[in-house]
Ligand binder design. Structure first.
Ligand code: ADP
Ligand code: MG
Length: 248
């Protein structure tokens, strides 16, 4: 489903990704770990199509379709979703209108009030799974949200959009134990209902793996994936840190 081959990418002429290889098959859960500044978020942004990053060389395809030249909206239509590490606050845009816009299919007539109500009901169901309050839909997107609410709002988007490739950048950072459990359970339910969707979870901690089983764990250091393995690799990282892979 996702194939990244010898991907090199830069920002402001500074090379961040120095040849990344990653292959994610349908239904798989991949965990990406690595020290701060190793390029994990950069990889996520490059796959999602952030215009500030320049792909210098290499390939990136989804379902055999090369995506490196596509705009972010085209990639989203192909089913790529990125849950941000730092979601942006958008004053004046309510959570509801944002979700409705994001889910708008030009062919469908979501404008008609019946389908709006169906959509609102669906949102409310997901919100209760995430223990988000009813008035959440009326609030301005991410404005004044707690860290946990921002993260759960990213998961809410995932639940409504039902992407094929879900990339979650540090979804577990800033969540307390209960929040983490809620998010992990929501991901599990989503996975069960969408068995062909794949996940790339960027994280610093093995703790989310208590709730979710990873098929592959990768360690990224200085713009490269330096080791891949199973859940045990995540435990090793937590115990020993990244020194064994670091050159400086
Ligand atoms: P990680 O997510 O692994 O912590 P990032 O991908 O955020 O790492 O960052 C990798 C490197 O790229 C860092 O050295 C960071 O300073 C640099 N970088 C990321 N975004 C930018 C940017 N917009 N401008 C300049 N440098 C950036
Ligand atoms: Mg990051």
């Amino acid at each position: 489903m996702l194939k990244v081959k010898n991907l090199k990418a830069s920002i402001d002429n500074k090379e961040i990704l120095k040849g990344v290889d990653l292959m994610v098959k349908p239904g798989e859960v991949h965990v990406l770990m690595g020290p701060n500044g190793s390029g994990k978020s950069t990889l996520a942004q490059v796959i999602a199509g952030h215009p500030a990053y320049k792909v210098v060389s290499g390939k990136c395809s989804v379902d055999s379709r090369e995506i490196t030249k596509l705009t972010p909206d085209k990639r989203a239509k192909l089913g790529i979703f990125l849950g941000f590490q730092h979601p942006v606050e958008v004053p004046g845009v309510s959570v509801f209108s944002f979700m409705r816009k994001a889910n708008k299919n030009p062919q469908s007539k979501i404008q008609n009030s019946k389908s709006i109500n169906i959509f609102r009901d669906e949102l409310k169901k997901y919100m209760s799974e995430l223990k988000l309050p009813e008035d959440f839909l009326r609030r301005a997107l991410n404005e004044g949200f707690s860290g946990g609410e921002k993260k759960r709002n990213e998961i809410l988007q995932m639940m409504t959009l039902k992407p094929k490739l879900v990339i979650l950048d540090e979804i577990d950072s800033g969540l307390d134990v209960d929040g983490l459990q809620l998010v992990a359970t929501a991901i599990k339910t989503f996975k069960k209902n969408n068995p062909r969707s794949s996940f790339v979870l960027i994280t610093h901690y093995a703790r989310i793996l208590k709730y979710l089983k990873a098929d592959h764990v990768h360690v990224m250091v200085e713009g490269r994936i330096v080791e891949s393995g199973t859940g045990r690799l995540a435990t090793k990282v937590e115990e020993k840190g990244y020194q064994v892979w670091q050159t400086v």
